[in-house]
Design a protein. Structure first.
Length: 236
């Protein structure tokens, strides 16, 4: 299948039969029949199918920020944060990301640590809002690569650093504000290791309330069943 459809193919059924779909022209159909892999059926698809996935990636406005893919035009008057949705997690459209962006815009700019930076959307938005220095960490190498690429695209390459770190392993640099849009279990594991005055945490449902030793909750936002919380470090 990879030889016949080098751009990729799709597995459309997974029970007692495996059905594979390749999108190609009539020449590939002839080659597929000749390959004798099994019964072949042909369905015509509408022109433009190659780009149809783009319709699922709509821009989002959060306060003074516009977050959108490179093929959309930013809304005038808003700060554009351009994120290519093709790769690491984080197009900006997810409720947890939007809630973090809301809380972020209410904080005074200063140094910032983004735990679980994904595509870099929060770190890049922070740099564009005047936060600095900004460090994103993630335990996925693709996220580091994509964060640095997106920082360049958004003109903040010199102000956003990204490092491959499992945040549960500690050794996180101190910052004025930390963001952690990860998951409930990672937020609870990482919060005691974060050295910051304030923490914006998300990545969990609004029925979940993280219990973070050393942190006092200040505000909570919810959207579409998800929650984000702003915490303040309890001074010893
Ligand atoms: C839900 S995504 C959020 C991405 C981005 N911050 C956003 O708001 O769109 C969570 C990210 O956290 C990363 N992550 C999960 N556990 C981690 C850990 N222990 N240390 C560092 N990164 C982690 C994942 O690889 C993923 O990129």
């Amino acid at each position: 299948m990879l030889e016949l459809f080098p751009a990729g193919f799709e597995e459309t059924a997974r029970f007692d039969v495996v059905e594979l779909a390749g999108y190609a022209d009539a020449a590939a159909e002839t080659a597929l029949r000749a390959a004798g892999l099994g019964p072949v059926s042909v369905t015509l698809v509408e022109a433009g199918w190659e780009d149809r996935w783009r319709e699922f990636h709509r821009p989002a406005s959060v306060g003074g920020l516009w977050i959108g893919p490179p093929w959309e035009t930013p809304e005038p008057g808003l700060i554009p944060v351009v994120i290519d949705p093709g790769r690491a997690f984080g197009t900006g459209a997810h409720a947890t990301t939007r809630l973090c962006l809301e809380l972020l815009q209410e904080q005074a700019p200063g140094s910032l640590l983004d735990v679980g930076c994904g595509s870099g959307v929060l770190a890049i938005a922070a740099a564009l809002l005047g936060f600095g220095p900004v460090l994103g960490v993630d335990d996925d190498p693709l996220a580091i690569e994509v964060t640095l690429e997106n920082a360049t695209v958004n003109g903040v390459a010199g102000r956003v650093e990204a490092r491959l770190v499992d945040a549960r392993g500690g050794a996180l640099p101190a910052a004025g504000l930390a963001l952690a849009n990860v998951s409930l279990s990672v937020v609870e594991a990482v919060a005691p290791l974060i050295v910051a005055d304030r923490l914006i945490a998300s990545g969990y449902l609004d029925r979940d309330t993280p219990e973070l030793a050393g942190w006092r909750p200040l505000a909570r936002r919810t959207c579409d069943g998800w929650a984000a919380d702003l915490f303040e470090r309890i001074q010893a």
